[in-house]
Ligand binder design. Structure first.
Ligand SMILES: Nc1ncnc2c1ncn2[C@@H]1O[C@H](COP(=O)(O)OP(=O)(O)OP(=O)(O)O)[C@@H](O)[C@H]1O
Length: 750
């Protein structure tokens, strides 16, 4: 007790000493920064790097070292707290974008930074944010000093983590403000105490509109990560509303791998003589050099076969698969999960609850698995353990989108591979990519190794009625997505094999879609006039609204936090799909002979009353109900599926016996091989593949090696050849599965 006053005064003295040391440090840093400022417009990368062990900071003669030529963080005028945090996190040498932009940013200049994906842009803006507030001695009572805006919630979360790392020894308060969180009321109470906000535009605007006394008038730094995305049309209104509430006198930094140079955009942000820092502008490629990029032509109706084959061939990889809509992600994920490829599957899209999204994101960071996603995962995300493959199963909207998607692999110093599936009509994308310095190699897939999955999907859709609806919605959304794409050189609904595509998804009939019907009509009467014109003349919303709506749809797919007025534009999206589903029930009266060549091998071709060939399930539906459309009438459809399920159960019993026999034979074969000492390279039993969550290495055996069918796949080395051959067993089992599915279908037709 007696010591208490003493220790109190000691700690007070300590604090005073610390404060004075901090003030000394700040004044030294300011002096250093001011005296060695790089010239405006200069490129620090052009300077000769400081020699190793050169003195740093104040030199003997009272001058300061030239931090513009720094190559290590320790050579920069940074506070000890920041330096310690960087050291603790293992950051020593700077990347090019950090070397080029930090000297300008640290002396308070506006910066437009562009550098390839995975090149370390985050530290290039987080360090100046922390340093600026530190030098201003920002405290809780000063309110919001910095705002970092990200287009997606996941990316905002990741930026927040980097901020926590760099600010570890500082005393600022920081908050992550993103949509989808329930604790908005709690946020409202505390937001005014936060010094640094990491947020998505929608949530920030919500606080600006709804939170009493929300104040940004003292803002020192504004950062837009993925700036081109935030500045584009989808965010235009919200960003304008945000910027109008911020003080003009501030430092602004914009970063992206695909930077905007639009004067208009920059004017909106009131940038002052910004430093345009584009470290890779003269590089041979716009993408990381360690990234191997391939593309292949895949007819739309074989896309799922190809994707399935790819997944089956890379069971030991971490794969990110991009699809263009939430509905497709849901469908492909649910369907493939039921088919049990032998690797954990996950999905991520904007319609998922926030907690689930966070869980999936962190699981994918840790685990070898396949993540099916929309462009919600295209930008900025740095998945902890390297992603081996980025598969773009659907063509990206544009070159920028391509660059961001493939940028999820080959980050920092690691390598990675990507493959882009293009339908024959989308092949013009290759020229656009090449023109933008994307070194992509077009390869031919080995079609012999293609594992068809459409037959299996047909039978899945019979067994699981919810999948039928999902497939139909996915189909409709995909068509709409292509329809509203801006780039008509690449995306053209008219060029797509619509019926075959529907059949490839296992759909018994092609759902009718209003605009496709119109397009068909137009093809007959109007010729090649613009799609939007046609839509407008058909009494639909004018082109500008459609474009906005399209952009909003896209953002919703990415689950960006949109303000209410934008969301209202899009509220009808599900309704539209429902309407299209309803329309599917209406008969097309045109008596045109259409041969549906996409049918499982070995099934008879049967025509409906309009002369269309029908996939087997539709035919069964017709046979059962004397009406092709009965399949799309809800009650009749349920009744039909009930009947089919009963049929399936009967056939299943027979199949199970056959399957058990086959597995037993296989086990015996393996046992014999092992006994002969040849068993080492054998793949696991079918049980190893028995679930989408199946783990590798069970039974203490080596994990099953992937089967390679892509020419470019350098997994295909000598070492794996023996293992590849062992994977033939697997294709046999798939062929058998396919045969079983066909048998089922046949049984139903009888
Ligand atoms: N100086 C550095 N030393 C070591 N690792 C670094 C350094 N800078 C960044 N990294 C690491 O590099 C990876 C990519 O960094 P970051 O996410 O900032 O890239 P990016 O340029 O923002 O990519 P994208 O354009 O995709 O958003 C991260 O894992 C990060 O920790």
């Amino acid at each position: 007790m007696g010591n208490k006053p003493k220790s109190k005064s000691k700690s007070k003295a300590d604090r005073k000493e610390r404060r004075s040391a901090e003030l000394d440090e700040i004044s030294l840093l300011n002096e250093w920064i001011e005296s060695q400022k790089p010239d405006s417009g200069s490129n620090p990368l052009a300077l000769k790097p400081l020699p190793d062990n050169a003195p740093v900071g104040r030199l003997h003669d009272g001058s300061f070292s030239a931090y513009s030529a720094a190559t290590k963080f320790s050579e920069l005028p940074l506070s000890k707290k920041t330096m310690d945090a960087l050291k603790k996190a293992g950051y020593v040498k700077m990347t090019e974008i950090q070397r080029a932009s930090l000297p300008h940013a640290l002396c308070g200049r506006d910066v437009l930074g562009a550098a390839k994906t995975g090149s370390g842009k985050t530290l290039a803006f987080v360090i100046p944010v922390v340093e600026k507030l530190h030098k201003e001695r920002w405290g809780p009572e000063d309110g919001v000093g910095s705002i970092i805006i990200s287009p997606t919630r996941e990316l905002a979360g990741q930026l927040f983590d980097v901020l926590k790392t760099v600010g570890k020894f500082h005393n600022f308060s920081a908050g992550l403000l993103i949509g989808g969180r329930k604790d908005v009321e709690m946020e409202k109470e505390r937001v005014n105490e936060l010094n640094i906000l990491v947020c998505t535009p929608g949530r920030l605007l919500q606080h600006m509109d709804e939170t009493p006394n929300f104040e940004c008038s003292q803002l020192q730094i504004l950062v837009l990560d993925e700036a081109d995305r935030i500045l584009d049309v989808g965010f235009k209104k919200s960003l304008n509303a945000i910027v109008s509430q911020l003080p003009k006198h501030r430092q602004t930094m914009l970063f992206s791998a695909t930077q905007t140079k639009s004067v208009q955009d920059l004017a909106r942000l009131s940038l002052k003589d910004p430093e345009y820092i584009s470290v890779h502008e003269k590089a041979e490629s716009a993408t990381p050099s360690r990234l191997q990029q391939t593309a292949m032509t895949v007819p739309l109706d074989q896309k799922l076969d190809m994707l399935w084959s790819f997944v089956k061939a890379h069971l030991n990889s971490k794969i990110l698969v991009f699809l263009s809509t939430c509905k497709q992600v849901k469908f492909v994920y649910e369907a493939f999960k039921k088919l049990r490829p032998g690797i954990p599957l996950k999905c991520l899209h904007g319609r998922m609850k926030q907690e689930r999204r966070i869980n999936i994101y962190s699981q994918f960071c840790e685990q070898r698995s396949v993540l099916f996603c929309t462009d919600v995962a295209a930008r900025g995300l740095d998945f902890n353990k390297a992603v081996d493959w980025v598969v773009q199963a659907d063509c990206p909207d544009d070159v920028a989108s391509y660059i961001h998607r493939v940028g999820r692999t080959a980050r920092y110093l690691s390598g990675g591979r990507s493959v882009l599936f293009l339908t024959p009509s989308e092949m013009k994308m290759i020229d656009k990519l090449k023109a933008a310095k994307v070194p992509i190699q077009v390869i031919k897939p080995n079609m012999k190794r293609l594992q068809p999955v459409s037959g299996l999907l047909s039978s899945l859709l019979v067994k699981h009625s919810e999948l039928q609806e999902l497939a139909a919605k996915a189909f409709i959304r995909y068509m709409r997505c292509i329809h509203i794409q801006k780039d008509k050189d690449v995306f053209e609904v008219k060029e797509l094999p619509i019926d075959k595509f529907a059949a490839s998804m296992g759909l018994p009939l092609t759902p009718n879609i209003r605009f496709v019907k119109k397009l068909k009509g137009k093809q007959l009467s109007v010729g090649e006039s613009s799609v939007l014109e046609l839509e407008t003349s058909g009494g639909e919303p004018p082109a500008e609204i459609k474009r906005q709506k399209a952009e909003t749809n896209k953002l919703r797919e990415e689950n960006l936090d949109l303000p209410a007025e934008l969301l209202s534009l899009n509220d009808s999206e599900d309704e539209d799909v429902e309407k299209d589903l309803l329309l599917s029930k209406q008969t097309e009266n045109k008596k045109k002979l259409k041969i549906n060549i996409h049918r499982p091998v070995g099934t008879r071709v049967v025509f409906d009353e309009q002369g269309n060939t029908l996939p087997p399930l539709a035919r069964v539906a017709g046979a059962n109900n004397d009406d092709d459309l009965s399949l799309l009438d809800k009650d009749k459809r349920n009744e039909y599926y009930k009947k089919m399920r009963e049929e399936l159960m009967k056939v299943d019993k027979v199949d199970k016996v056959l399957d058990r026999q086959r597995r037993r034979d296989k086990r015996i074969k393996e046992k014999v091989k092992r006994k002969r000492g040849l068993g080492d390279e054998e793949e696991g039993s079918d049980e190893d593949l028995s679930g989408s969550g199946a783990d590798e290495g069970t039974n203490g055996r080596k994990p099953k090696r992937s089967k390679i069918y892509f020419n470019s796949d350098s997994d295909d080395d000598g070492e794996t050849r023996g293992k590849k051959e062992s994977a033939i067993d697997d294709s046999i089992s798939l062929a058998e599965q396919e045969a079983l599915a066909l048998k089922l279908l046949d049984a139903m037709h009888q």
